[in-house]
Design a protein around this ligand. Structure first.
Ligand SMILES: Cc1cc2nc3c(=O)[nH]c(=O)nc-3n(C[C@H](O)[C@H](O)[C@H](O)COP(=O)(O)O)c2cc1C
Length: 200
Protein backbone atom coordinates (compact mmCIF):
# COMPACT_ATOMS: atom_id res chain seq x y z
CA UNK A 1 0.00 0.00 0.00
CA UNK A 2 1.18 3.48 -0.78
CA UNK A 3 -0.76 6.59 0.24
CA UNK A 4 -0.20 10.23 -0.48
CA UNK A 5 -1.26 12.50 2.37
CA UNK A 6 -4.59 13.42 0.75
CA UNK A 7 -5.47 9.72 0.34
CA UNK A 8 -5.33 8.97 4.07
CA UNK A 9 -8.92 8.31 5.19
CA UNK A 10 -10.42 10.92 7.49
CA UNK A 11 -11.18 8.48 10.28
CA UNK A 12 -7.54 7.36 10.32
CA UNK A 13 -6.46 10.99 10.43
CA UNK A 14 -3.85 11.86 13.05
CA UNK A 15 -3.91 8.37 14.52
CA UNK A 16 -1.79 6.94 11.72
CA UNK A 17 1.26 8.93 12.79
CA UNK A 18 0.93 7.71 16.35
CA UNK A 19 0.96 4.16 14.99
CA UNK A 20 3.73 4.66 12.43
CA UNK A 21 6.11 6.58 14.67
CA UNK A 22 6.30 4.09 17.52
CA UNK A 23 7.35 3.34 20.17
CA UNK A 24 7.61 6.85 21.59
CA UNK A 25 8.76 7.71 25.10
CA UNK A 26 6.37 9.75 27.20
CA UNK A 27 7.37 13.02 28.84
CA UNK A 28 5.21 13.77 31.87
CA UNK A 29 5.95 17.47 31.96
CA UNK A 30 5.76 19.52 35.12
CA UNK A 31 5.66 23.30 35.00
CA UNK A 32 4.34 26.14 37.13
CA UNK A 33 2.52 29.30 36.17
CA UNK A 34 3.60 32.77 37.25
CA UNK A 35 1.53 32.46 40.45
CA UNK A 36 3.26 29.18 41.30
CA UNK A 37 0.34 26.86 40.49
CA UNK A 38 1.85 23.56 39.29
CA UNK A 39 0.75 21.78 36.11
CA UNK A 40 1.30 18.17 34.98
CA UNK A 41 0.56 16.82 31.48
CA UNK A 42 1.89 14.08 29.17
CA UNK A 43 3.59 14.70 25.82
CA UNK A 44 4.96 12.04 23.49
CA UNK A 45 5.97 14.15 20.51
CA UNK A 46 9.19 14.05 22.48
CA UNK A 47 12.78 12.98 21.78
CA UNK A 48 16.41 13.49 22.62
CA UNK A 49 18.19 15.97 20.33
CA UNK A 50 21.78 16.39 21.51
CA UNK A 51 24.34 15.01 23.98
CA UNK A 52 26.86 17.78 24.77
CA UNK A 53 25.14 19.61 26.31
CA UNK A 54 22.15 17.27 26.50
CA UNK A 55 19.07 18.67 24.78
CA UNK A 56 15.56 17.40 24.12
CA UNK A 57 12.54 18.48 22.08
CA UNK A 58 8.80 18.45 22.70
CA UNK A 59 6.12 19.50 20.22
CA UNK A 60 2.86 21.14 21.29
CA UNK A 61 -0.35 21.31 19.31
CA UNK A 62 -2.81 24.13 20.03
CA UNK A 63 -6.05 23.99 21.97
CA UNK A 64 -8.86 26.35 21.02
CA UNK A 65 -6.43 28.46 19.02
CA UNK A 66 -4.13 29.09 21.99
CA UNK A 67 -1.25 27.35 23.75
CA UNK A 68 -1.84 24.45 26.12
CA UNK A 69 -1.12 25.18 29.80
CA UNK A 70 2.27 23.47 29.68
CA UNK A 71 3.46 25.58 26.74
CA UNK A 72 2.04 28.78 28.24
CA UNK A 73 3.90 28.07 31.50
CA UNK A 74 7.13 27.27 29.63
CA UNK A 75 6.83 30.53 27.67
CA UNK A 76 6.34 32.45 30.93
CA UNK A 77 8.96 30.78 33.16
CA UNK A 78 11.46 29.40 30.56
CA UNK A 79 11.89 26.18 32.58
CA UNK A 80 10.24 22.76 32.74
CA UNK A 81 10.86 19.21 33.97
CA UNK A 82 10.40 15.99 31.98
CA UNK A 83 9.41 13.23 34.43
CA UNK A 84 9.86 9.71 33.03
CA UNK A 85 6.77 7.47 33.15
CA UNK A 86 7.01 3.91 34.51
CA UNK A 87 4.26 1.30 34.06
CA UNK A 88 2.91 1.90 37.56
CA UNK A 89 2.14 5.54 36.70
CA UNK A 90 0.38 4.72 33.37
CA UNK A 91 -3.19 5.34 34.52
CA UNK A 92 -2.26 8.53 36.40
CA UNK A 93 -0.31 9.74 33.34
CA UNK A 94 -3.41 9.21 31.19
CA UNK A 95 -5.61 11.03 33.71
CA UNK A 96 -3.15 13.93 33.82
CA UNK A 97 -4.08 14.71 30.20
CA UNK A 98 -7.67 15.56 31.20
CA UNK A 99 -7.09 18.86 32.91
CA UNK A 100 -7.43 21.96 30.78
CA UNK A 101 -8.27 23.97 33.92
CA UNK A 102 -5.56 25.74 35.84
CA UNK A 103 -5.46 23.86 39.12
CA UNK A 104 -2.89 22.08 41.28
CA UNK A 105 -2.44 18.84 39.33
CA UNK A 106 -0.40 17.23 42.15
CA UNK A 107 -3.51 17.43 44.36
CA UNK A 108 -5.83 16.38 41.51
CA UNK A 109 -3.73 13.31 40.66
CA UNK A 110 -2.51 12.35 44.14
CA UNK A 111 1.16 12.72 43.19
CA UNK A 112 3.93 13.99 45.46
CA UNK A 113 5.45 17.34 44.64
CA UNK A 114 9.23 17.71 44.93
CA UNK A 115 11.46 20.60 43.92
CA UNK A 116 13.77 20.25 40.96
CA UNK A 117 17.37 20.78 42.06
CA UNK A 118 18.54 22.85 39.10
CA UNK A 119 15.51 24.87 37.96
CA UNK A 120 12.72 26.66 39.82
CA UNK A 121 10.06 24.14 38.90
CA UNK A 122 8.28 21.20 40.56
CA UNK A 123 8.95 17.56 39.70
CA UNK A 124 7.05 14.33 40.37
CA UNK A 125 8.68 12.52 43.30
CA UNK A 126 7.29 9.11 42.23
CA UNK A 127 8.94 9.30 38.79
CA UNK A 128 12.12 7.18 38.40
CA UNK A 129 14.00 10.11 36.87
CA UNK A 130 13.41 13.77 36.10
CA UNK A 131 15.17 15.83 33.41
CA UNK A 132 15.36 19.45 34.51
CA UNK A 133 15.36 21.82 31.53
CA UNK A 134 15.93 25.44 30.61
CA UNK A 135 14.40 26.63 27.34
CA UNK A 136 16.98 26.84 24.56
CA UNK A 137 14.53 27.76 21.80
CA UNK A 138 10.85 27.78 20.86
CA UNK A 139 10.19 27.29 17.15
CA UNK A 140 6.90 27.40 15.25
CA UNK A 141 6.60 24.40 12.92
CA UNK A 142 4.86 25.69 9.76
CA UNK A 143 2.83 24.58 7.93
CA UNK A 144 1.53 22.82 11.07
CA UNK A 145 0.09 24.80 13.97
CA UNK A 146 2.52 23.10 16.36
CA UNK A 147 5.38 24.62 18.30
CA UNK A 148 8.65 22.88 19.12
CA UNK A 149 10.23 23.58 22.49
CA UNK A 150 13.93 22.75 22.68
CA UNK A 151 15.16 22.27 26.23
CA UNK A 152 18.71 22.12 27.54
CA UNK A 153 18.95 19.57 30.34
CA UNK A 154 20.77 21.33 33.18
CA UNK A 155 20.14 18.78 35.92
CA UNK A 156 18.82 15.28 36.40
CA UNK A 157 17.26 13.61 39.41
CA UNK A 158 17.40 9.79 39.50
CA UNK A 159 15.73 7.79 42.26
CA UNK A 160 18.38 5.80 44.14
CA UNK A 161 16.89 2.38 43.25
CA UNK A 162 17.45 3.04 39.52
CA UNK A 163 21.02 4.33 39.72
CA UNK A 164 23.56 2.02 38.03
CA UNK A 165 27.28 2.51 37.59
CA UNK A 166 27.86 2.06 33.87
CA UNK A 167 25.21 4.36 32.39
CA UNK A 168 23.79 6.13 35.42
CA UNK A 169 20.17 5.03 35.01
CA UNK A 170 18.49 1.65 34.44
CA UNK A 171 15.40 2.11 32.20
CA UNK A 172 14.58 -1.63 32.28
CA UNK A 173 14.45 -1.71 36.07
CA UNK A 174 12.25 1.39 35.94
CA UNK A 175 9.89 -0.43 33.50
CA UNK A 176 9.36 2.72 31.45
CA UNK A 177 6.22 3.12 29.35
CA UNK A 178 6.03 3.97 25.62
CA UNK A 179 3.20 4.96 23.29
CA UNK A 180 2.68 2.56 20.39
CA UNK A 181 -0.40 4.14 18.82
CA UNK A 182 -3.03 6.65 19.83
CA UNK A 183 -4.27 4.72 22.88
CA UNK A 184 -1.96 1.69 23.09
CA UNK A 185 1.06 1.44 25.33
CA UNK A 186 3.98 -0.91 25.93
CA UNK A 187 6.11 -1.18 29.03
CA UNK A 188 9.78 -2.15 28.75
CA UNK A 189 9.01 -5.39 30.61
CA UNK A 190 6.68 -6.39 27.76
CA UNK A 191 3.22 -5.58 29.08
CA UNK A 192 0.80 -4.05 26.57
CA UNK A 193 -2.10 -1.92 27.70
CA UNK A 194 -4.93 0.17 26.28
CA UNK A 195 -5.79 3.48 27.91
CA UNK A 196 -8.71 5.35 26.31
CA UNK A 197 -8.13 8.96 25.36
CA UNK A 198 -9.66 11.27 27.93
CA UNK A 199 -8.57 14.68 26.65
CA UNK A 200 -10.35 16.95 24.17
C1 LIG B 1 0.23 9.75 26.08
C2 LIG B 1 -0.16 11.15 25.66
C3 LIG B 1 0.71 11.88 24.86
C4 LIG B 1 0.40 13.18 24.44
N1 LIG B 1 1.28 13.86 23.65
C5 LIG B 1 1.00 15.12 23.26
C6 LIG B 1 1.94 15.82 22.44
O1 LIG B 1 3.02 15.35 22.12
N2 LIG B 1 1.60 17.09 22.06
C7 LIG B 1 0.43 17.68 22.45
O2 LIG B 1 0.19 18.84 22.10
N3 LIG B 1 -0.47 17.02 23.23
C8 LIG B 1 -0.21 15.77 23.65
N4 LIG B 1 -1.10 15.09 24.45
C9 LIG B 1 -2.32 15.78 24.88
C10 LIG B 1 -2.09 16.67 26.11
O3 LIG B 1 -1.54 15.92 27.19
C11 LIG B 1 -3.45 17.28 26.54
O4 LIG B 1 -3.89 18.19 25.54
C12 LIG B 1 -3.40 17.96 27.90
O5 LIG B 1 -4.70 18.35 28.28
C13 LIG B 1 -2.50 19.15 27.92
O6 LIG B 1 -2.49 19.65 29.23
P1 LIG B 1 -1.98 21.09 29.62
O7 LIG B 1 -2.91 22.10 28.98
O8 LIG B 1 -2.08 21.09 31.13
O9 LIG B 1 -0.57 21.22 29.12
C14 LIG B 1 -0.83 13.78 24.87
C15 LIG B 1 -1.70 13.04 25.68
C16 LIG B 1 -1.37 11.74 26.07
C17 LIG B 1 -2.32 10.94 26.93
Amino acid sequence: MHLTIDQIPRHVGGKIWAALIAPRPIALITTRDENGTPNIAPYNAFCGLANHPPMLGVSFSRRGGGPKNTLANIQATRVFVVNLVPRFLAEIMNKSAEGAEREDDFARLGLTRANAGSVDCPRVAESPAALECKVAAIHPLPPSQCELVVGEIVGVHIRDEYVVNDQGFDPMAADLLASVGAEDYLSLNGETLFLPRTWG
